[in-house]
Design a protein around this ligand. Structure first.
Ligand code: SF4
Length: 355
């Protein structure tokens, strides 16, 4: 009897194909599966998300926001594969932002340049220095390590749109994964940011703006992206930004990781909760217009990037941090105290995350 159970233990097989030995426990479902089945379910789920949400149309030009990190590298690889396998008919490009962070972005961009060759995808790099006249190194020198991610996030959002316009693409895809989205739902609740809460779970955003953005990894777990990159031996860069603050977002991230340890479905359930929120019709939402200075979409007279840039150029870097003021508000002068919690971060503060 004992010999029999030992024998059955030794011959445990992948619970999907029942043919090969399992090599991993799938984080999303805890199934013991083989490598081949893992590739198949991982890629097929992303394909289904693309098809069911009609993310692309044949003939479209699509830019992949590429930072050299695990998420965007796996996205570039998988999207190229699916495009070939299922004849999506897409023209794919890599689009990278050079924030000017010595010892971080310069190294990660070398990875993207190798990915350009490995995947045969043309690469466009746009830099903060060219667009704004400032690198993040310059900005941190001026403002220190507080609020640096606000500048970086706001500038990155516009930089991606400008890079996408240079490439004349129809869509921009980013490697935001399920963990990122669950974390953003939680953060928007914690900050009481109803406007963002109502759209942070959308798989496509910005359809009324210059270039729609899609998140094909909306339901893809971060742990599975790491496993996929590892088993496929993909070439990616894993060092965290040297200016990463790891503050508020870091706590939300840890909380979600703890929940995931107890119940892997928690990530999907938080996303589902975010999707099912209904915003009361009486809630005042920002009205979308265009920046009087640069023409970029903005709910204020000047867009956030122009306000932040003006502050930097005038040596008043706190201008634009906090609630609208200066050109967009009642206060003409910078006061000593920083404003209340920043409510106008246009893209996620990446910390160790991909964009
Ligand atoms: Fe920019 Fe991200 Fe670094 Fe912050 S952590 S400075 S948002 S790259």
């Amino acid at each position: 009897m004992e010999a029999k159970s030992k024998k059955s233990g030794a011959t445990r097989l992948c619970c999907l194909c029942n043919l090969r030995r399992p090599v991993l426990k799938r984080p999303k479902t805890l199934q013991q599966i083989c490598r081949e089945c893992f590739y198949e379910v991982f890629e097929e789920e992303i394909h289904q998300v693309i098809v069911q949400n009609r993310l692309f149309k044949s003939g479209e030009r699509v830019a992949i926001g590429a930072s050299g990190g695990k998420d965007s590298t796996v996205l570039a690889y998988v999207l190229s594969e699916l495009n070939r396998r299922h004849n999506y008919g897409l023209d794919l490009f890599l689009l990278s932002i050079d924030e000017g962070i010595t010892g971080y972005r310069d190294d990660s961009l070398e990875t993207v340049k190798r990915n350009e060759v490995q995947y045969g995808l043309p690469l466009q790099i746009v830099s903060y220095k060219d667009l704004y006249g400032w690198t993040m190194d310059d900005i941190v020198k001026m403002i220190g390590l507080k609020n640096n991610c606000t500048f970086c996030g706001v500038f990155r959002r516009q930089a991606l749109d400008r890079g996408a316009a240079l490439l004349k693409v129809d869509k921009l895809v980013t490697g935001h994964n399920a963990d990122d989205i669950a974390e953003t739902v939680l953060l928007n609740i914690l900050r009481g940011d109803i406007a963002r809460l109502s759209r942070c779970t959308s798989i496509t955003t910005g359809e009324d703006g210059p270039i729609p953005r899609c998140k094909p990894f909306k339901y893809t777990y971060e742990k599975e992206i790491v496993m996929y990159a590892y088993f496929k031996k993909l070439d990616y860069f894993s060092t965290e930004c040297i200016y990463s603050p790891n503050a508020y977002r870091g706590f939300a991230r840890e909380f979600i990781k703890d929940l995931e340890r107890l119940r892997p479905r928690a990530i999907l359930d938080i996303i589902k909760s975010g999707e099912d929120f209904r915003i009361a019709t009486t809630t005042k939402m920002p009205e979308q217009g265009t920046c009087e200075r640069c023409g970029y979409i903005s709910s204020q007279k000047w867009c956030k990037a122009c306000v932040l840039l003006e502050g930097l150029n005038r040596g008043l870097p706190k201008m634009g941090i906090g609630r609208p003021r200066g050109v967009n508000g009642d206060h003409k002068k910078e006061t000593k105290k920083p404003g209340p919690a920043v409510k106008s971060i246009e893209s996620k503060q990446c910390g160790s995350l991909d964009f």
